[in-house]
Design a binder for this molecule. Sequence first.
Ligand code: SF4
Length: 543
Amino acid sequence: MTEHTKTDGLPGMDAPELPQVLERARPRNERMNAAKVECNACPVLCQISEGRSGACDRYANQAGVLVRVDPVVLLRKTIEDGEAKLVPFSGRAIEAGAEAAEAAEAPAGQPTWNGDLLLTEEVFVTGVGSSTTYPDYKPAPFIVGSQADGVDMVTVVTEGIFSYCSFKVKIDTDRFLGPEQANVRCKGEVVGHVTTAEYGSQMLSLGGVHHLTGGSKKEGRIANEMMQALGNKQAVELTIDGGSQLVIQAGHAPIVNGVAEQRMRVGCGSAAIGIFARQFFGQADEVVVVDDHITGVLTEHQAGRCLDMKSSGIKMRGRKSTPGRYFQVANPGTGWGGTDIADPLSIIEGWDEAVAWPGLRLLMTSTTGEHASWYVLDESLVPVEAEMPEAVRRIVERIGENCEPSLTSVLFLGGAGGSLRAGVTENPVLLTRSIKNALVNVTCGGAPAYVWPGGGITVMADVLRMPDNSFGTVPTPAIVAPIEFSMRRSDYELLGGHMGEVRSLREVLERGAWHNDGAPLSASWLALPSANPWPLGRPPLLG
Ligand code: SF4
């Protein structure tokens, strides 16, 4: 712009010209060994000798070139047997030198993908292994132009560095894991807490900014390692203050105090009475379903009253909530129904002599049917254990049948509403607004990500729907996680996207990332998990 053309108020002339950005900053230390390269992918700025990798093991100096050592993960709708799973970027390998090219070569005997461009509508570039361009104002490493149903699309792909992130863990068990708000520890360090229990599940909140950066260095390091392992579907050992010792792994049964949990309860004690009352009718005179939350008593419960069942005269311990529903019959624990009892009779205070009768048949069961005993009252109205009749056993078995397998579910929760947005657009608030206006789909490693309502871009994704080893760490400490923003090309332009860095899918498949400073040298192909919708051409999962 010359002095003559520099006027106020002309359309398109009010945006300041942006300075040219160096792909790589000049070394901070002029005495830095020339054989070393400085990694610019996070604020740690490791200086890496040839043949070595940086502190996070994700970047390395290969023949003087900084490379991302893992392949970027590409998803295809389907992959046939015998198709290559690891393919070098031919253009990039040549640039990076012979050694790097060798490192990127597909394993012996494996064919390289033929790049059949007829299939490009079936290809999605994920953030896993995609690299990070730092600082944030540099465009994201992959800005991919493709098509979905004939519409031009853009997907902005990066490995985000998240300090504000955590894992919400749902553990399907009614066993007592620890008091709400209790500290959860890993290797002795506090890494999270027990949060509000949900129906049939205990919940933990693990990691998060306060443990990563607000405590000691050791606490931050251990929290970071634990989060990476959990996100990468590995087993993690935890202890809860005043509670249990746990081993949890996404998609696996939790192990509580050394015992693998089998069943998630069919419902609370009151719900179990409601579900099975008609089946119990005629088979037992009283049924007690023991539950740490609500213990159900059939003849007092509305379900028994609607069946016109005779009162049994049972007197329960605990606090009566409503007819046939009792709170706090015992303490929480790992015994019957998530209580601490081993003898179910301990929650019965006695029997009303004017109502109960000798020969009364009593079933006591837990909410999973794992514990069940059959009693008959003797002449003194004392319950005497007896062999359970076959018809009653079948109902108890049905309770068990209706319990789903106990699993651990791990959800990544991260805040992408900060500086990461600058890799997508020069005007970050437009990205936030476009997501809220359902114009931009957000995925994590191609997995659907729920976007929380309100401000920011707070996303949540099930790690089991993400590719293996999606998560990394940097020693700042923070978690590295994949994130992709997909939208129509026209919308990307409107939100101030980095249009100059959009590369066609063909170019991406041949050459990889647009940048040359720490880019991956190869791609690894995965089939889209059957539970995941195709990320392109669909709105975000808005809360
Ligand atoms: S920790 Fe990793 S990303 Fe950060 S500078 Fe070192 S090698 Fe690069």
